[in-house]
Design a protein around this ligand. Structure first.
Ligand code: ZN
Ligand code: ZN
Length: 638
């Protein structure tokens, strides 16, 4: 007899060795139909595996996020099978799941997307067969014999330790695989091949070039449809494409992974920085700036020379080694130590928009999302131990204010002490409970990632959610027990004794470059007016009206509005069209009537037009809109 403990704590006894499916059926038929696999004592296994001893199980249904991964991995087998049926000489290598897709690397003649329909048709046949996936365990010797004509599988098996090797079989197809798999191929309700590219076996340019065929799969046709719409929308919002179209930034091969910002990109950049300064001033921060190059002895002291060196750019100046900073912290520590501190000076909130360089491999560079040089909106807060809760709470409130201004939702995750860590139990207890009380005082639900903190302290990560529902980790609040030790930071307490301050690092945008990339995609380039590089486009109807339009431009600029005058001899329609494509929030057409009456014709980006708006009313309304950092453009409605 075995006792099965379910996630709700219920214990169910079974006479013999039930499979996960039997357990599911004992609960309900509907549940059994929806089950894909199970978690047996913390490990994902096939639903049909017999449970031979008392165990805790969690049934994985099509609603669980692990289920999609199992489905997609199974889909990779089915795709490989279909390819083998159509391309007799094809040789299989590996077929993993990556994010929301799967792929299989196959040694075969080059194919293109034009070949997808026939592969997909073959896949459909296999899905219809509802062939069950079966696990078979074999010895290494048997496995080598089975794959005697499959060079890649042979190589992989030879790399394995001696012992049992598992095969998964369905209909006429067998693959070397750890599993688990869906019960049968019929669970794949929707499958689409998405792209094909070249890839080298074992990522080695000297070895065979393979075809990497990508696809995705879902438990329903609707989910696939939603996913494809999402991909389409994400493509339209690609920040590199929008950055090019709106003339914001570019990359040049002379400096890979290092963005060049154009005048309009800088206008956008400066709106972020100005806003950041405003909020940080209000929140009691002081601003600092430290050099980007510091000598080796500093990096040895901070520990970066030992632990982070391969990511740092270094140089020798006057026979002394220097490194370009990958982080602002050590410089910040030097600033703190410049003079003695009293408990009365704390908390000290020292912010720095720091330019950092980190060497990333060229293969991972990705637009503004992954670069080699970026600015962090950094701050180090030095405090007494009893200020932890209120300081962290203050940071969370600032985070909320700033993200809300962009219409970004967010959630918080707490990471606690990892196995390898410095500091005493007491220090960790104080630090972690400080973070927890701040989270509780803040009052929003948060997730705990046990053991996921840095070796030098616990942290709170802030994950934002953009307009497409994608999440991005941007902000972080990190408590550090290491640097205050390494730099021997101190303050004099009320007891007249020397004490070690508690120190946190925190960023809100994170990398400003990356945050800008996220905002470009979040707004799809249609920035709220306060952020728009050009807020108002002035279009003169004919050349005679250009001088008059220029006087308006000067007036608006003096009032603090970013204006562009389009004085080209193009048709008015073309100019309007271009201003709209540039996502300019407000477009003013200047004709004889406007000049005579001193009023304005206002066309919004949304396409509404209002005539006869007095100049002063226009300026006041626009300035109020900018000041309030409104997200919508609900002004000047006709
Ligand atoms: Zn598999
Ligand atoms: Zn820091």
């Amino acid at each position: 007899m075995v006792n099965i403990t379910l996630p709700d704590g219920n214990i169910k006894p079974f006479d013999n060795h039930p499979t996960g499916l039997v357990v599911a059926e004992s609960i309900s038929k509907a549940l059994a139909r929806d089950c894909v696999a199970m978690e047996l004592d913390g490990r994902l296994v096939d639903l049909k595996k017999p449970i031979t001893a008392d165990a805790r199980i969690r049934l994985i249904t099509t609603k669980d996020k692990e289920a999609l991964e199992i489905l997609r991995h199974s889909a990779a087998h089915v795709m490989a099978q279909a390819v083998l049926r159509l391309y007799k000489d094809a040789k299989l290598t590996i077929g993993p799941v990556v994010e929301d897709q799967f792929y299989y690397d196959i040694d075969m003649e080059p194919i293109s997307e034009d070949d997808f329909p026939k592969i997909e048709a073959e896949i459909k046949k296999i899905i219809k067969e509802k062939s069950p996936f079966t696990r078979r365990e074999v010895s290494k010797k048997e496995a080598l014999a089975f794959y005697r004509n499959e060079p890649y599988k042979l190589e992989m098996i030879n790399d394995l330790e001696d012992g049992t090797i598992s095969f998964y079989e369905h209909s006429d197809f067998t693959d070397l695989c750890r599993g688990p798999h869906i019960p049968h191929t019929g669970f794949i309700k929707a499958l689409k091949l998405t792209k094909v590219s070249g890839a080298y076996w074992r990522a080695d340019q000297n070895r065979a070039q393979l075809q990497r065929i990508y696809g995705t799969a879902f438990f329903s046709k609707q989910e696939l449809k939603d996913y494809l719409n999402f991909i389409e929308e994400a493509k339209k919002r690609n920040h590199r494409k929008i950055g090019e179209a709106l003339d914001l930034f570019s990359f040049h091969e002379e400096a890979p992974g290092m963005p060049f910002f154009h005048p309009k990109g800088m206008a956008l950049w400066n709106t972020l920085i100005d806003y950041w300064r405003l909020e940080h001033n209000k929140a009691g921060y002081v601003e600092t700036k430290t050099p980007i190059m510091l000598n080796r002895s500093l990096w040895e002291r901070s520990g970066h020379w030992e632990n982070y060196r391969e990511n740092m750019y270094t140089s020798v100046i006057d026979e002394v080694e220097y490194a370009i900073k990958p982080m602002n912290c050590p410089g910040g520590m030097l600033l703190y130590n410049r003079k003695p501190h009293s408990y009365r000076d704390l908390p000290l909130r020292a912010a720095e928009i720091g330019l950092v360089h980190r060497h990333e491999l060229s293969g991972v560079l990705s637009g503004l999302f992954r670069v080699r040089v970026f600015h962090q909106d950094d701050a180090h807060i030095f405090m007494t131990p009893d200020q932890i809760e209120s300081e962290i709470l203050g940071v969370l409130q600032l985070v909320e204010r700033i993200y809300q201004t962009f219409g970004l939702g967010f959630h918080l995750e707490l990471s606690t002490r990892p196995e390898k860590s410095i500091g005493t139990d007491q220090q960790w207890e104080n630090a972690t409970s400080g973070l927890v009380s701040a989270l509780e005082a803040y009052g929003q639900d948060y997730k705990t990632n046990a053991g996921d903190g840095a070796f030098y302290g616990p942290k709170i990560d802030v994950h934002i959610r953009d307009a497409l529902g994608r999440t991005w980790q941007c902000g972080t609040v990190q408590l550090d027990m290491s640097l205050p030790e390494r730099f021997d930071l101190s303050y004099v307490g009320a007891d007249n004794e020397k004490h070690r301050p508690v120190m946190i690092h925190r960023v809100i945008f994170g990398s400003i470059e990356r945050f800008l990339g996220i905002l470009i995609e979040h707004f799809a380039g249609r920035f709220p007016m306060w952020m728009s590089p050009v807020q108002v486009a002035l279009l003169a109807i004919n050349d005679e009206l250009v001088p008059y339009a220029a006087t308006i431009k000067t007036k608006f600029e003096n009032a603090g509005i970013r204006v562009e005058l389009d004085s080209r001899t193009e048709s008015l329609n073309k100019k309007i069209r271009e201003a709209q494509l540039n996502q300019t929030p407000l477009i003013l057409t200047i004709g004889a009537k406007e000049k005579e009456s001193g009023t304005l014709s206002v066309r919004t980006r949304e396409g509404t037009v209002k005539f006869g708006v007095p100049e002063k009313e226009f300026v006041d309304t626009v300035l109020a809109h900018i000041r309030e950092k409104k997200l919508d453009l609900n002004i000047f409605n006709a």
